[in-house]
Design a protein around this ligand. Sequence first.
Ligand SMILES: [Zn+2]
Length: 242
Amino acid sequence: MILENSLLAALPRRECLQLLAACEPVTLTFGEILYEPGETIRHVLFPGNALVSLLTLADGHLALEVGLIGRDGVVGIPLMLGQTVSAVRALVQGTGSAWRIGSARFLKETRRSLPLRRELYRYTHALMAQISQTAACNRFHVVEQRLARWLLMTHDRVKSDRFHLTHEFLGHMLGVRRVGVTRAAHALQERRLISYSRGDIVVLDRAGLEAVACACYQVVRDMHDGERTAPALHETPVTVAA
Ligand SMILES: [Zn+2]
């Protein structure tokens, strides 16, 4: 299969293949919890077309999405920083492929490979920027703008005009109750930017969604793109046996 994860794809070919030899391909399933706050991180995952949300919990039951990880990144960054326990819930938001590696082996590979460390540091900063921008976004921007932003972020990662997001999950994304989700989704639908039925979302007008979304979307995307200063050292995509 063609390597879908852009962090892995940015590694020099030899480094990438060496890391993949220590990984196994897995399918992550919608609703699967990879780890809870306070739990030990046993695996690190490089999503392909799977989507993983990071949720912060409040009062033990209220959940708010603070980060979204897809083909652009890696799940398990705390290990890089010397922490073996997660502070957030990592929940699979979109079924799809990923590469999985055990924590001990991951740390061994990061000690061995400078290009891997460089990519992980770069992504750690991008994820921190995404999380901090999200904190400001939740405080200052209205639900419709924020919904447009999350839909664009999802669209970027799944690379498909169609995806599934449940009402409950949209509530977590936006930190609002069901009625707030319904109102915002209807508003976007009335403007013919999306169609939305029972969680099945179709992006009809990408440019229109960008016009509605708050500036947070562009801020995080620009930072993400701008940070990849080191050019990929191989020209062709790495292909590995499925
Ligand atoms: Zn915003």
